[in-house]
Design a protein around this ligand. Sequence first.
Ligand SMILES: CC(C)(COP(=O)(O)OP(=O)(O)OC[C@H]1O[C@@H](n2cnc3c(N)ncnc32)[C@H](O)[C@@H]1OP(=O)(O)O)[C@@H](O)C(=O)NCCC(=O)NCCSC(=O)C[C@H](O)C(=O)O
Ligand SMILES: [Mg+2]
Length: 272
Amino acid sequence: MKPLRSALYVPGDKPRAIEKARTLRADAIILDLEDAVAPEHKAQAREHVRDALRTPWHVPVLIRVNGLNTPWEHDDRELALTAGASGIVLPKVEDARTARDLSPGLPLWAMIETPQGVLNAPSIAAVPGVTALLVGTNDLARALRTQPHPDRTPLLHALGSVVLAARAHGKTPLDAVYNDIRDPQGFQRECQQGRALGFTGKTVIHPDQIEGANTAFGVTAQEAQAAQELIAAWEQARREGKSVATHRGALVEQMHVDEAQEVLALWGVTEG
Ligand SMILES: CC(C)(COP(=O)(O)OP(=O)(O)OC[C@H]1O[C@@H](n2cnc3c(N)ncnc32)[C@H](O)[C@@H]1OP(=O)(O)O)[C@@H](O)C(=O)NCCC(=O)NCCSC(=O)C[C@H](O)C(=O)O
Ligand SMILES: [Mg+2]
């Protein structure tokens, strides 16, 4: 089980940022050829990304390609398929056919960042090659004409729809980026909201955001300890022939044990 608490977008046209990313503790890296790269830098960014993938990375490295009907889509996809990327991040996916036709044999992370994409999220998530749904609230907010809101209230329906679609098909939902890199409190608040909404992790745009995402979407020593105690109480109850248990005054059924085991698994791969 690979954790996906944080996925760092790294602009493909910034060799320094690419090198820096090798030293960081994000659980995944997204080398970006799309919106972080100006049109006149696209070709150069492809070469920086190709070079970056010549040497192994410590975490999965995906390439965000430019979308359908852009001048760069074919060259980007050729790079992603041949340079040894761990997967492809496809922006502005609006329907399952696009996701299916562009499912290149590599894991596909589909970006849900348009109204049509949100409405079709369930069918996009059902495509076998799609392994994750990523929310793009910058593009989505513009398309919806919503106003910025500290609790993302205008976007909650879309955020919840993406989690619902991803979970219904056993795929990973990743939360959107937080743009203000100089507001750690706001970032932390949004991470906690994303965790509460059911996202697995968060896409981030700056090194300073990685630890906060890893903490918010990770497991604390206390949570791991509580999970172990709950499992022990369950096992004792089962030895006594009981179908359910109580622990710290709360009912414990198999689903709670499953959840506790997931907590320990994440603890094991991140802190173990
Ligand atoms: C936002 C930034 C342009 C700020 O860059 P900068 O001013 O250089 O930041 P710092 O001076 O604080 O940098 C400190 C060091 O960290 C390195 N750095 C900065 N950002 C990154 C990064 N993303 N990956 C790796 N390394 C990074 C700097 O090189 C400095 O290192 P050093 O040289 O050792 O001092 C910048 O953070 C940035 O470009 N971030 C990424 C922006 C991006 O990728 N945008 C596209 C994805 S967001 C999006 O579009 C989501 C979706 O599509 C939607 O629609 O919502
Ligand atoms: Mg976008």
